[in-house]
Ligand binder design. Sequence first.
Ligand SMILES: [Cu+2]
Length: 365
Amino acid sequence: MTEPQKKYNVIPGIAIAGLLLGVAALIAAIIAVIRVGDSPSDPMTGMSGMSSMSAEAMHHMEPVPIDGIKDAPSDAGGTPLKGTMRDGVMEFTLDARPVWWRIQGKQRLAAYAYNGIVPGPEIHVANGQKVRINFTNNLPVPTTVHWHGIGVPAAMDGVPGVTQKEIPPGGTFTYAFTARPAGNPSGGGTFLYHSHVDEDVQMGVGLSGAFIIDPATPAPRYAVEKTLVFSEWTADAATGRTRGVMEMEGMLPNFFTFNGKSFPDTGEIKVPAGKPVLLRLVNAGQFAHPIHLHGTAFTVIAKDGHPVPAAAQEQRDTITLSSGERADVVFTEPAGKWLLHCHIGHHLTNDGAMPGGLVTMVTAR
Ligand SMILES: [Cu+2]
């Protein structure tokens, strides 16, 4: 058989295959219509793949309960947590509770929040400081607190079923340790604390906060030192109901916050023009965010709370932080208003509307 004949004979085969595919597509479409027709009002039921979902997976996708939750005690997230020195130990009081958290305009979301704010209050201590955190779980679900990157004894690591039992609703637990970075006992930098139970849900609805340790050898100080914690939310804008942040078809997050707020309510970072300032970037979300600064480049002086040696310090204008990562960046802006934002368009939206989400302003005067 010659080559042209072979090609010619293939055509009836394609036609038959096409017909079969068409019939299969028609059957699939009919099944899909029947399924949607069966669906009650919950939009999750109509999503692809849901029928095969395990009870455990469904649990992760349920909205968090909202019965009887109160307004947040403050509109500002990540404010400093004041400790009390007692016999050389710095004591902090921390709880987790459900609140209505305002992220932008009148948009409120059902949150789980440390001391009622998102992100949780910032804890800031010197290297070697003994701390005691008296924690109460005021959530309707069990939780624990993990001290991310901090060199705590194993029993204080906050991992349920491994280092401690889950703290039940109404339960308490005392976390006691000496503040030192894990792996670098004399160091210091930007760390975080967060829930270690159902992280996609509990971190996804607000349970994280910054934990700063000053190094044993004093580090340079800056005209402005500011922490920016970013995260995502999967929420129903109309009801404010929230659920776990998962990467699943139809379930991508639809709100994004810097320090608990979405643009245009992210405020501004006021800096003196021409003077170096320090920004501590903390990714408390589940997704990676390339954070981009206008007006100047920044120097990455620390990653994950560990100093970058001077010879290895990079100048960047964008740094991508994956889930759980931190970066301390130093920059000097000329006078002007300069945007600081995530570079992923989807993350610059509020429930699909642009501009929103992870945008803030650095105002240099
Ligand atoms: Cu982003």
